[in-house]
Ligand binder design. Structure first.
Ligand SMILES: C[S@@+](CC[C@H](N)C(=O)[O-])C[C@H]1O[C@@H](n2cnc3c(N)ncnc32)[C@H](O)[C@@H]1O
Length: 247
């Protein structure tokens, strides 16, 4: 039985088949990086307390667009993702840059083998982790690999959710409490799958209230340096939270 987030491999196989180059483009954005993500990263990198060079790791790097953006700014990079197709695409797209990629589960990292980093980025991976114990494990792993003066940047979907807009934009998925379920024919292969009206569903996103996400980060031992909360908009039914934290 696999963890539900392992099903990202199915999405990346489709992304590869369709000739799409990044997750943001899969979601219909014109650029490889979501503009909101780029704005927050630019803001963080300009702060006096943000490291200006060193080692950066992105957990849930997908095809690597965020990491490439950071590594063009005096960082050397490591990208980690659960999907082997994403890692293959990231490697192909990052030729000529000082970035390594590795297939691994961010909730089960061998942290001593990775060493320490000046920046850890989570560009929408945390919200793929639906089990509270796995979320705690991911944050604990990030804490272990972060150097003392380093920064953890995390961007995640969260609640409040505009449920009326969500039901218009997502006909298939179900939002139950703070978890989004996606119908999947082979859902029984994955932990946490459940039947809803005789159809098999897989938990694919966790969207706790943004204040709960902040408290998860603090409970893992981090100090919040800055955060930005964005409420749902006319186009996006989810709130989003962007945080820069340190040890
Ligand atoms: C929303 S996508 C964002 C990808 C990338 N950050 C970007 O901006 O293009 C979330 C990524 O997290 C990865 N992921 C989900 N759960 C993971 C886990 N437990 N360990 C490592 N990667 C994971 C997925 O495969 C996916 O690539």
């Amino acid at each position: 039985m696999q963890k539900p987030y392992a099903a990202h491999e199915i999405a990346y196989q489709k992304i590869a088949r369709d000739g799409i180059s990044s997750w943001a483009q899969f979601l219909g954005r014109k650029t490889q990086i979501d503009p909101q993500v780029r704005r927050f990263l630019t803001d963080v990198c300009a702060r006096p307390w943000a490291p200006k060079a060193g080692r950066v790791v992105e957990i849930g790097c997908g095809t690597g667009p965020i990491l490439r953006w950071v590594c063009k700014r005096r960082f050397t990079g490591l990208g980690i993702d659960i999907s082997k197709t994403a890692i293959a695409m990231a490697t192909q797209q990052s030729k000529g840059l000082d970035i390594q990629f590795k297939r691994a589960d961010a909730c089960r990292l061998k942290t001593t083998e990775l060493g320490k980093f000046d920046m850890v980025i989570d560009g929408h991976c945390l919200h793929c982790i639906t089990e509270p114990a796995d979320r705690r494990a991911l944050l604990r792993n990030v804490f272990r690999i972060l150097r003392k003066a380093a920064i953890f940047v995390v961007m995640t979907m969260c609640a409040p959710v505009d449920k009326r807009l969500y039901s218009c934009v997502s006909k298939e998925n179900r939002l139950i409490k703070h978890t989004i379920y996606m119908p999947l024919p082979q859902a029984r292969r994955y932990e946490g799958s459940r039947k809803i009206q005789d159809r098999a569903y897989l938990p694919v996103r966790a969207v706790p209230h943004w204040k709960i996400v902040l408290s998860e980060i603090k409970k893992a031992g981090f100090q919040i340096r800055m955060f930005q909360y964005d409420a749902p908009s006319d186009r996006n039914p989810f709130s989003s939270l962007s945080v820069a934290a340190s040890k």
